[in-house]
Design a protein around this ligand. Sequence first.
Ligand code: GLU
Length: 286
Amino acid sequence: MVSKSRYLGRLAPSPTGLLHLGHARTFWVAAQRARAAHGTLLLRNDDLDAVRFRLDFVDAMIEDLRWLGLTWQEPMVVQSTRRSLYRTALEKLHAAGLIFPCARSRRDVLDAASAPHESAAPADVHDEPVYPAQFRPPPDEPLPSLGDKISVNWRFRVPLGETVAFTDGRAGPQSAVAGRDFGDFLVWRRDDTPSYQLACAVDDAEMGITEVVRGDDLIRSTFRQILILRALGAEPPAYYHCPLMLDEHGTRLAKRHDALSLRTLREQGRTAEEVIRKFNSEAIKP
Ligand code: GLU
């Protein structure tokens, strides 16, 4: 009997647009790594962004991933159905005094925030300005209760001055100083939705993910997720951050690059094999 493999990876697209070549390359790398480790993948639908979410993008991403030849273990994990898990984690952080409510507007934070410390890492789509320490409530101030329906932002109180470090499977040793490179970050929003950082950390732990493969624009998020995992008493997975794919102008691919969406390429008659071959070229032209 073949022994059961321990490697469990995940593909975690957000259904906020069509998948493009950059996503495809990252997911393809994830599949290669799972295969090399005789492991499996789960598909996680990161559908917590109620504003940008579209149901037709969920169908499209599944179809595009299948077309690319990727396989995963069913059932798909759907973040919007897992609220109670995130809420339980939030309550744990609250009980530990590791979060605080923040009534400051985005504008207040932006105006008072220092620019994030220069770092080799590319900008993270989930990045936030470094939260000004003077906005924090004193650590001994009693926390208000969370309440059933949350209508204020809750932030994670980062350990100021502490270096958070991990060794990336591709990019090598990474470190960031809490309070300098990133500040107190959102864990729950005032529209009563968990933040990406919280949901992702909780899911990676709960799903038993052993290695996270994703774009290196998310390296900065990793430091935050490591802090959440530590606070929840969970072991962080291994991380493998892939370089982002650039277009011919050296700009990173985004969902607005319709010409490079898998859908468009397929409609133009490109095959999945051709697309996979492109992953090795430096600049990808439509
Ligand atoms: N769905 C997230 C995003 O597109 C990525 C999540 C992850 O791989 O951690 O930004």
